[in-house]
Design a protein around this ligand. Structure first.
Ligand code: COS
Length: 377
């Protein structure tokens, strides 16, 4: 796909910042699991905490293709920062942007878009993962409030977020149609952060449990209509999956570049190892699969920009790109041998970071459910 001049400019600007400022700190953040606030500040300055948000709400009002280009470059440098950016911009912001009232948009979008507040999306529960409709958290009306009870797990950005989109059931007898969405602010009475997950990869992005113990939120914080929660979640995830595909392409590209650079200078048997066909062909296969993943990802983004149906293509891009990211990172380690396996080089981190892209925003098995249903409908 050929980018237009604006998209190219965003890509170039992001690449510069990502390589100069973000990449050098990626190993540190991975090791310490510290939330990279400095990177979030940088993203905010560049408008990357409000990519899809219209300028009237202080956002950058970028198209999806530009967002994908930015996410790819940031994730190439540091996938933890890529996760924070992807989750905030899609799952954290889009429910308000697409389903919020004007009052809610005015109240929350400027805070989110300027990076003043990080956003999170609380759907998953211990018993509701792939089967997202099995949410047990309840919302009961009490005078001017809703009272939420239940817990959420594996919530990306959760430990750093100020604004949470929370899905809860108002009427369990209605199943999926009983789910509604709510905006919950950090500090709401009865709302607390539980366990912080220690993860294999994307270690600097915060992943936590949320606890709602008679949590009271104003009634005006319901997002959308009664029973619209599941639709809000699904529509949001459709777009979010393009972001994860972009993240996966970025990780794959990062690992590939490391492998190429290494193979050109590492000499064995009197010549650089890249001139062995075994290595050259591995590099060629990596390049082919990355390009294919990139094309699928940009195609899904372009469909969205053109206001055409894109759910199936987003699921395809996410599935393919995440598998590519894992395989390319594995191959990069293989090419780099002992050095690839060592923490001195970034490719082992990239493999750990890549793995989550096959799991979150819907496992690749669930993506195949989405794709096959779309084919067969
Ligand atoms: N856009 C709009 N509406 C959608 C939709 C979408 N992408 N997907 C489903 N819906 C609607 C359906 O149209 C249906 O509404 P109607 O009955 O009015 O037609 C309703 O939602 C229920 O849909 P469905 O029967 O398909 O729901 P299922 O319980 O079978 O679940 C899957 C569907 C598996 C696709 C869903 O549970 C899913 O995506 N799971 C993965 C969740 C996930 O990605 N979690 C990641 C963690 S959150 S970061």
């Amino acid at each position: 796909m050929v980018l237009n001049d604006d998209q190219k400019m965003i890509q170039k600007m992001t690449k510069e910042i990502a390589q100069k400022v973000i990449a050098p700190q990626a190993a540190y953040y991975d090791r310490t699991e510290e939330f990279p606030w400095e990177n979030v500040k940088k993203l905010s300055e560049m408008g990357f905490m409000g990519m899809a948000v219209p300028e009237i709400y202080d956002g950058a009002e970028m198209d999806m293709v530009s967002s994908v280009a930015a996410l790819e470059e940031i994730s190439k440098a540091c996938a933890s920062t890529g996760t924070i950016m992807a989750v905030h911009n899609s799952a954290g912001i889009l429910p308000v942007l697409n389903f919020g009232s004007e009052e809610q948009k005015k109240e929350y979008l400027p805070r989110l878009a300027t990076g003043d507040a990080v956003g999170a999306f609380a759907l998953t529960e211990p018993g509701a993962g792939s089967d997202a409709a099995k949410v047990m958290t309840t919302a009961v009306e009490d005078k001017e409030c809703y009272v939420l009870n239940g817990s959420k797990c594996f919530i990306s950005n959760g430990g750093a977020a100020e604004i949470f989109i929370v899905f809860a059931s108002k009427d369990k007898t209605k199943g999926v149609k009983g789910l509604s969405a709510f905006i919950v602010e950090k500090g709401a009475p009865g709302f607390s952060i539980g366990k912080h997950e220690e993860k294999m990869g994307i270690r600097a992005s915060s992943t936590v449990e949320l606890i709602f113990d008679n949590c009271r939120i104003p009634k005006k914080n319901q997002l959308g209509k009664d029973g619209e929660g599941f639709k809000i979640a699904m529509v949001t995830l459709d777009t979010a999956r393009i972001g994860i595909a972009a993240q996966a392409v970025g990780i794959a590209e990062g690992a590939y570049q490391e492998a190429v650079a290494y193979a050109k200078v590492r000499e064995q048997f009197g010549k650089p190892i890249c001139y062995n066909q075994a290595i050259g062909f591995m590099l060629a296969n990596m390049a082919i699969s990355i390009e294919a993943a990139r094309q699928l990802t940009y195609h899904a983004a372009q469909l969205k920009d053109n206001r055409q149906a894109f759910g199936k293509e987003a699921a395809m891009a996410k599935t393919f790109a995440s598998d590519v990211a894992v395989q390319v990172a594995l191959d990069a380690i293989q090419i780099m041998g002992g050095y690839g396996y060592s923490r001195e080089y970034p490719v082992e981190r990239m493999l750990r970071d890549a793995k989550i892209t096959q799991i979150y925003e819907g496992t690749n098995q669930i993506q195949r459910v989405v794709i096959s249903r779309s084919i067969l409908q």
